[in-house]
Design a protein around this ligand. Structure first.
Ligand code: CFM
Length: 575
């Protein structure tokens, strides 16, 4: 597939949709103020090499149906939640804890003797009384009770919205409990409203893990080539695939932050010699802080897709500069590629020319494009829910990102070199030699550079824009989340959930990639979707043009008065 137009029109470029016109149509429904804001978040990729500035990490306009989650979700659910023997207590009404209970498929397989607390949902269950008179006593009692039953090594406490509103001081309760119980107890002020999305929760979580856990045990693991994999959460078993692959190459993983990880692994992760970063969005803060304090360098990898996995392994080998490791890595890549090549060829024959659109989180909308590329599919539109400009445009824009009131709300830790434990992993000469060989640290070029000219880039996509996208582009598959899945499928397009993977996975490393290719092949080549008639193809519809524009809203209300329910039987008979 040489360019986007070919792929969109199945070779007949004259029929290719015009992305600029589609963008205009998506925006046309909005009132002026909303349109102005959405226009900055909805771009056509006119020049992939020089990405345009995108309006990312800003507040969602009230009334727009968005995919986003809250700060509590990003902290408790995403970054720290997968630590399976840390006991997690949600301080808040029962719903926050209940609805974050095992909804993310961050799997864990604890060692014998370790308890998997991820199976439990622990909460202080704040009621009206605590909202009025304060919940600190109830929190202190909950920590004592949890300790008495489970005797964990560490307890983490998470604040929900009402805790911030009434001003409970969870940190002093935690400090007191730590002194009384003699275990590590710490809190996170990750109230849901703290930021514009779950991204704020990632930052708060990184700060807390760095302050309260990293660096508590200086005894390194045995094994050569010790690394941490940062930003890998073991959804559907991905971290296990990556770990197995790295082990085959002779690379030792001290800690995967945070996928199937124990407290003991977190507290000694500063003893590793390299951090490789899978999800830049959720954990770049940790990578930076560990480099400043302990001297551990980091770079970005991607273990999603066969080609990118091979590239990532080679970069790790290049960093360690050992012939033994390089030879072993090449041997493993050759074996894995030999095994996966027939799968790629078979699937590619059926998938080449098909199109995908991805709207997920803060990194997968980019990473999974590599899997589609491997099997000849083109990504015609993509966007993140909550990523920042650097995830779209590359880290070189970092100095230009304006810090607004919402970002200022999140603490930036001041980190210094640890006088005793800072240890540069490479000499200046070694770094110079690496640089001469084209090696980059701290690099992330972002999603836009990897996308075709003419693709649509949509930040924090709305339900309305998604519907337009389906109607005008009819992609062969959309990767998204549970909130959009069924409305997408009702429009006749298969939806692969890329947060939880539905019931599928793993998709990481070579073996995982093969799973993904086969699943996408099944999804885009089944005939079942042709039987679905999307809402806009039916004659009568529920009017859905409610708007902030009073005139349009009045017209829509008038329309409801004359609306009649569609007669499905007649429609089906006619079809
Ligand atoms: Fe990173 Fe994630 Fe993602 Fe993320 Fe997430 Fe997730 Fe995600 Mo759902 S940490 S940014 S906050 S890769 S839970 S494992 S799938 S939105 S794209």
């Amino acid at each position: 597939m040489s360019d986007l137009s070919d792929s969109l029109a199945g070779g007949a470029s004259s029929e290719a949709p015009d992305p600029a016109a589609i963008r205009e149509e998506m925006l046309s429904i909005y009132p002026d103020k909303t349109k102005k804001k959405r226009a900055k978040q909805l771009l056509v990729n006119d020049n992939p090499e020089k990405p345009a500035e995108i309006g990312a990490n800003t507040r969602t306009i009230p009334g727009i149906m968005t995919q986003r989650g809250c700060t509590y979700a990003g902290c408790r659910g995403v970054v720290i939640g997968p630590m399976h023997d840390v006991l997690h207590i949600t301080h808040g009404p029962v719903g926050c804890s209940f609805y974050s209970w095992q909804t993310r498929r961050n799997l864990a397989r604890p060692q014998p003797g370790q308890i998997n607390y991820l199976q439990y949902s622990m909460t202080t269950d704040m009621l009206e009384e605590e909202i009025i008179f304060g919940g600190e006593k109830k929190l202190a009692a909950a920590i004592r009770e949890a300790y008495a039953i489970f005797k964990p090594k560490a307890i983490a406490v998470y604040a929900t919205c009402p805790v911030g509103l009434i001003g409970d001081d969870i940190h002093s309760v935690c400090r007191q409990a730590k002194a009384d119980l003699g275990i590590n107890v710490f809190g996170f002020s990750c109230e849901g409203y703290k930021g514009v999305s779950q991204s704020a929760g990632h930052h708060i979580a990184n700060n807390g893990v760095f302050k309260h856990m990293v660096g508590l045990n200086d005894v390194p693991d045995e094994g050569e080539f010790r690394i941490n994999v940062l930003g890998e959460y073991n959804i559907g078993g991905d971290a296990w695939e990556i770990d197995t692959l790295l082990r085959k190459c002779g690379i030792h993983v001290t800690a995967t932050l945070s996928g199937d990880i124990s407290y003991e692994q977190v507290i000694k992760c500063h003893t590793a010699d390299l951090n490789v970063v899978q999800c830049h969005r959720s954990i770049n803060y940790m990578a930076e802080m560990m480099e400043t304090k302990y001297g551990i360098p980091w770079f970005k990898v991607n273990f999603i897709g066969a080609t990118s996995t091979a590239k990532s392994l080679r970069k790790i080998a290049q960093f360690f500069d050992s012939k033994k490791l390089t030879d072993r890595v090449e041997e493993v890549i050759a074996q894995e590629m030999a095994a996966i090549r027939p799968v790629i060829e078979e699937v590619k024959a059926r998938c080449t020319g098909k199109t995908a659109a991805l709207f997920v989180g803060g990194s997968r909308a980019h990473h999974y494009q590599d899997l589609f590329k491997d099997i000849g599919m083109t990504t015609i539109a993509a966007g993140y829910e909550f990523a920042h400009r650097d995830d779209y445009e590359g880290r070189d824009v970092l100095p230009k990102i304006k810090v607004d009131a919402d970002s200022r709300n999140i603490e930036e830790l001041h980190v210094d070199k640890d006088p005793a434990r800072f240890r540069p992993r490479k000499t200046p000469e070694q770094n110079a030699a690496l640089a001469a060989g084209g090696f980059n640290y701290r690099d992330y070029e972002g999603m836009v550079r990897d996308m075709k000219k003419g693709a649509l880039i949509i930040d924090d996509i709305s339900q309305h824009e998604m519907e337009k996208l389906i109607k005008l582009y009819k992609p062969d598959v959309i990767c998204s989340g549970i909130k959009e899945k069924f409305s997408i499928e009702k429009s006749g397009v298969p939806c692969k959930q890329l947060h939880s993977y539905d019931i599928g996975g793993p998709y990481a490393a070579f073996t995982g990639a093969a799973n993904f290719y086969k699943e996408i092949d099944r999804m885009v080549n089944t005939k079942v979707w042709q039987l679905v008639s999307p809402p806009w193809k039916r004659e009568t519809q529920v009017p859905s043009r409610f708007s902030c524009n009073p005139k349009a809203a009045r017209a829509a209300v008038e329309e409801t008065k004359t609306w009649k329910a569609p007669n499905r039987q007649t429609e089906e008979a006619e079809a």
